[in-house]
Design a protein around this ligand. Sequence first.
Ligand code: M7G
Length: 283
Amino acid sequence: MMSCSGLLLTCSVSPQVSCKEQSADAVVILERAPFQADAVSRLLGNNPEPKLQLKNDIYSVYHLNPPPELNEVKATVIHPATEKHIKKYMRQELYLIQETGEDYRNITLPFIESQSFSIQWVYNILEKKAEEDRIVHENPDQEVGFILLPDFKWNQKQVDDLYLIAICHKRGIKSLRDLNGDHLPLLKNVLQEGQEAILKQYGVQGNHLRIYLHYQPSYYHLHVHFVALGHEAPGITVERAHLLSDVIQNLEMDSQYYSKRTLTYTLRSDEPLLQKFKEAGRC
Ligand code: M7G
């Protein structure tokens, strides 16, 4: 599957990176990283034979063959991949869902609770069993604290596509739907301390960041995305990303805002949750 940022393969091989493991389905996401400024002059200056593809008036298109050191491909491997992982990355027809608060309680919540999609990777981060050396900031308070670290979508080589996630220490907040006025201190900490930590570590100001939550998320443990404003990351569409500053304001106006309001999102045609909405005559 092609996307603007990469190529997705699903395959039934043991990836070389884990060749001791048994053969099983794997998802391999191949992406080219953004160009770094110094690489552009090397790319243009040292290119042995730029091949002219098209010329028309002042416009021309060339194909370049970059040397290996400028031709890096990032490969993210999920292995063994569950069926849900594979479906998540397949291109499919999309449906728009208008989920009322009642739909959430009657359809979505029972569905989420019946699923066993592991969030072990989240607990590994919170318990310092994985990625500890990548932590950028931590507020260790178990109620209002969180860990900020680079998202695994970001290779950390340039801030143009900066992408970090803040993972809350408090367990049991599945998503936006569970948030109420009591969570304001936590959300405000994430917003303020997250911005301060990113400014200190990467020199990127808060007004150059898009800070949001996904609804629906893929992983039901509260986390917030911090992404460079100029980076069109997957999942910034209006029906999925909810700006953290808006979330805070909405909860300040009405502590039960997110348990009441209709939330719109897309579901892919083969997602079991879509089937549940169909069965309930809600789409
Ligand atoms: P989401 O909103 O639940 O779903 O975000 P999405 O993946 O559809 O956006 C989860 C975020 O966590 C994503 O931005 C993932 O790239 C990121 N992520 C997922 N995993 C399994 C890891 C991981 O193991 N480490 C890190 N650092 N980030 C991860």
